[in-house]
Design a protein around this ligand. Sequence first.
Ligand SMILES: Cc1cc2nc3c(=O)[nH]c(=O)nc-3n(C[C@H](O)[C@H](O)[C@H](O)COP(=O)(O)O)c2cc1C
Length: 196
Amino acid sequence: MKHPVTPEISNLDNVVADQWTNLMLAAKDRHHPWHTPTLANVGDGIAQVRTVVLRSADAESRVVSCHTDSRSPKIAQLEADPNFSWHFYDRDAKVQLRAYGRAWVQQNDALTHERWLAGAWRSAQCYRTPIAPGADCQVEDLDVDEPLDPATGEEHFAVLACEINEIDWLFLRVEGHRRARFSWSGTAWQGQWIAP
Ligand SMILES: Cc1cc2nc3c(=O)[nH]c(=O)nc-3n(C[C@H](O)[C@H](O)[C@H](O)COP(=O)(O)O)c2cc1C
């Protein structure tokens, strides 16, 4: 016998709206399982994956973002191919969300300055090191005991933003899994149930 479909997962418009609500909550709540997604792209001919902190999500503009060092390899890779993918997993909610879009980098502008002052400066130590992320170094170079100074480091601070145009939602549940694909039509999300 088939179990009844619960309202939250029977209506595609509600499903996609819920995902954006969750993304916005996740950006604000460091304990949310979606606060540290895996960000992926193709660079140097291979899938590049890394954990980042989700810093913003906006349902209206469909833009999600993280902070990064402008010297990190992902930035050079983005110049060659701006297609980036985000992977979110909530073990308790049993939901995997994959979001796809085109990314760009913002640096030395009003947004990055605002984000820097709003708290990114606390990671100043990461941004002010003279050694670029991924560069070879000596182990001694990695111990920094100077105090954090909000006045330095901002020159390497960047926001990696991504406009999402495609979403793949997967909800695993014993009564029957649910999966849907959402594509941005230009004016609205077009949802389609797909086989899990
Ligand atoms: C919990 C956690 C959070 C991280 N957050 C970020 C982040 O917000 N931005 C970032 O650029 N790197 C972050 N990193 C480091 C990346 O995973 C990665 O090592 C770094 O960005 C270099 O990646 P790339 O060589 O692909 O550019 C984080 C790592 C961990 C473990």
